[in-house]
Design a protein around this ligand. Structure first.
Ligand SMILES: *Cc1c(COP(=O)(O)O)cnc(C)c1O
Length: 360
């Protein structure tokens, strides 16, 4: 067996240890005589898996008791509608910062339910930076301010949160969840699809301040109301049981690694290896302004589309897969989520050096 280094933006690599545990427990979980996939979500065995996952996530992210943790379905994209349906119901307006395609999709969806306002955008430079804002830019009557914390496609990240005054901040953290410590109390709500840094696709994590639940618009479908899921411990209907189980294994792995402070150190080390190389390369260059660079998604180009394509093809042959950039940026993108080992980045850089010597 030869596992590749998978630089996919998502679904992406999972820690090998998580996969091995899942494999070992595939046919029989504990003494239950069945796979987790086959278990009733109402069984006490499954409830224990579920409760452990919630408790571990709370511990790892230091989530205070006045926040609800929900495991939902529909991906981050369903949150684009759930957020306005549930939260945009006091003054009927919300502020959005447009830092890329995901932020823009969230904004457009919100505009269907109320007055969504674009406060700032970095579209003028293909989203290669995070636009600066001050408290005065935000409407104090907005029901919330929405940001995309880490922009998966463009490789930018908020290193400093916008000051939104008393307006709750809502953040899409799909591609940076669990990559470093985060102060949950700075947010009204955080959400993330699991398939970037946590688990297979299928579970969406929502962390929401309890006082923001319970004010949904009348038109809100039962399944899209946070109250429904908060009242039923995320088991109003069948949850994505297996994805939650894998998420739980990932949480355990993070604890074993020493928690998010240690995870961050490793992520910084990996990102530094790659950015240092890009900053000194004669052939490759990063596309993002240095101060807003993501720790997780690193887009880069040679400046020559044919050479980019050649690099992607040769990289694949050498075992570095899914490194082609998003079609809107072109070039390459290395997504280096938690599960990518340091060695994977070191070997990629070695390969890039060799390619540079041969093609510069
Ligand atoms: C991948 C991604 C999404 C979309 O997630 P789905 O779970 O496929 O809906 C949204 N936002 C960000 C930041 C992402 O990286």
């Amino acid at each position: 067996m030869a596992r590749v280094y998978n630089f996919s933006a998502g679904p992406s690599m999972l820690p090998e240890e998580v996969l091995k545990t899942a494999a070992a427990e595939m046919l029989e979980y504990g003494q239950t005589g069945q796979s987790v996939m086959e278990m009733s979500h109402r069984s006490k065995e499954y409830q224990a898996i579920f409760d452990r996952a919630v408790a571990d996530l709370r511990e790892i992210m230091n989530i205070p008791d006045d926040y609800e943790v929900l495991f939902l379905q529909g991906g981050a994209s369903t949150q684009f509608a759930m957020i306005p349906l549930n939260l945009m119901n006091k003054n009927g307006k919300a502020d959005y910062i447009i830092t890329g395609q995901w932020a823009n999709k969230a904004y457009k969806e919100a505009a269907r339910y109320g007055k969504a306002r674009e406060v700032a955008s970095s579209k003028d430079k293909i989203f290669s930076y995070i636009p600066k804002t001050t408290a005065a830019d935000f409407d104090p009557e907005a029901d919330y301010v929405h940001i995309c914390m880490n922009n998966t496609i463009y490789g930018t990240k908020y290193h400093q949160l916008p000051d939104t005054g008393d307006v709750p901040l809502v953040a899409d953290i799909s591609s940076c969840i669990l990559s470093e410590p985060i102060d949950v109390t700075k947010f009204g709500m955080l959400y993330a699809g699991a398939q970037k840094n946590v688990a297979p696709a299928g579970v969406t994590i929502v962390i929401i301040r309890k006082d923001l639940i319970g004010n949904a618009m009348d038109i809100t479908p039962t399944m899209l109301n946070y109250q429904t899921h908060a009242d039923n411990g995320s088991m109003f209907n069948t949850p994505p049981c297996y994805a939650i189980y894998i998420a739980g294994l990932t949480f355990k792995w993070i604890k074993k690694m020493g928690g998010l402070t240690e995870i961050k150190k490793v992520n910084e080390k990996k990102a530094k290896i790659l950015y240092d190389f890009l900053d000194n390369s004669k052939l490759f260059k990063g596309t993002v302004v240095p101060e807003d660079r993501s720790l997780m998604n690193v887009p880069f180009v040679t400046g020559d589309e044919e050479l980019d394509a050649k690099f992607v093809a040769e990289a694949k042959k050498a075992g570095f897969v899914n490194i082609k950039g998003h079609r809107s940026v072109g070039g390459m993108r290395a997504s280096i989520y938690n599960a990518m080992p340091v060695e994977g980045v070191e070997k990629l850089v070695e390969f890039m050096k060799k390619f540079e010597e041969e093609n510069a």
